[in-house]
Write a protein that binds this ligand. Structure first.
Ligand code: AMP
Length: 302
């Protein structure tokens, strides 16, 4: 089943201890769609400015991403500038220029309105809500956000969360959203806001999946070379949702396997700048790393 995604399509300028990239292709919806496209079709909702070139459109189309919902408006494409220190787990945002997103209102093409799997990637929660109002009867709504929106648009975010089944955010965001330092207590508080499942991304420490009755833990793949963590979270979400949509199954077992597929996809993204590693990735490599994950975590019972 296809996934409908709304999020940012961006030019990123990123500095890491290992190099820098200026105005490279990025954005939450871009990473998400590329990653999910290894599993299923994607319908993208976003806006770009007139400065946005053809090449990324051709690339996304070649990956099976439907761009009927990508508007082009007068003005500049969204831009984000960030920096990572040796602790690659947290980005420091230096600049955020919403540009064409400031006046954007999503209008879903008719062909998108029946979407069963919806992913609200990191973007203004008011736009996330506007998308939900236009989808007829989704089976699963998942959502991401970040400190920028938790700080700046808290009320709208809380309203969005009331409709969300699965929230996928990082550890610091869980604490910030719940205003609670302990992660287990913070997770309970976030689950009380609406989502039935909370997926906590913890960078190189992996992922924790909380439901009311269970906690599942998956490691991150131990890599020798991490160049640029930008997009790891969105790429995780793309693999996670991609697998759920491809199997059209929401059982606990499937959610666990989806968590590992998400982690596999994210482990590739960080190996190179921008989407460069995903552009070269093959399904055989994905399967191979999935098996390595299995070996990494397998142990005998008592
Ligand atoms: P992550 O997966 O968390 O590393 O996401 C990185 C991507 O998020 C970058 O490509 C940015 O363009 C995008 N981004 C950064 N800030 C925002 C924001 N406030 N709203 C939407 N997208 C953002």
């Amino acid at each position: 089943m296809d996934i409908l995604v709304i999020g940012s399509v961006a030019f990123d300028s990123v500095e890491t201890p290992f190099g820098r990239g200026d105005d490279v292709l990025g954005g939450s919806a871009t990473y998400f769609s590329t990653s999910a496209s290894f599993f299923t079709g994607v319908q993208l909702v976003a806006v770009v400015g007139e400065d946005f070139p053809d090449e990324p459109r051709q690339f996304l189309t070649s990956r099976g991403v439907d761009l009927a919902g990508l508007q082009t408006r007068p003005g500049k494409t969204f831009r984000w500038k960030g920096r990572y220190g040796y602790d690659l787990n947290e980005a420091q945002t230096l600049e955020t220029h919403l540009n064409v997103f400031e006046t954007f209102h999503p209008e879903l093409p008719e062909s998108y309105r029946q979407a069963k799997f919806v992913f609200l990637a990191n973007i203004d929660p008011e736009l996330q809500l506007e998308v939900l109002q236009q989808v007829e009867k989704p089976k699963l709504i998942a959502c991401d956000t970040m400190n920028f929106w938790i700080d700046g648009k808290r009320d709208a975010l809380i309203r969005t969360l009331e409709h969300v089944d699965i929230l996928v955010i990082n550890e610091a965001e869980v604490r910030q959203l719940a205003d609670e330092a302990n992660l287990v207590k913070a997770s309970r508080a976030v689950l009380a806001m609406g989502p039935k499942t909370l997926v906590v991304k913890r960078g190189e420490y992996g992922v924790l999946v909380f439901t009311e009755h269970s906690i599942f833990s998956a490691p991150a793949y131990p890599l020798e070379e991490v160049f640029d963590p930008t997009g790891a979270g969105d790429t995780f979400a793309g693999g996670f949702m991609g697998y759920l949509a491809a199997t059209n199954n929401l059982s606990d077992e499937t959610i666990r396997k989806a968590t590992v597929f998400g982690s596999v996809m994210a482990s590739f993204t960080v190996e190179d700048f921008s989407l460069d590693r995903l552009r070269k990735l093959t399904w055989t490599e994905i399967e191979d790393r999935f098996r390595r994950f299995q070996t990494l975590t397998a142990f005998e019972g008592l």
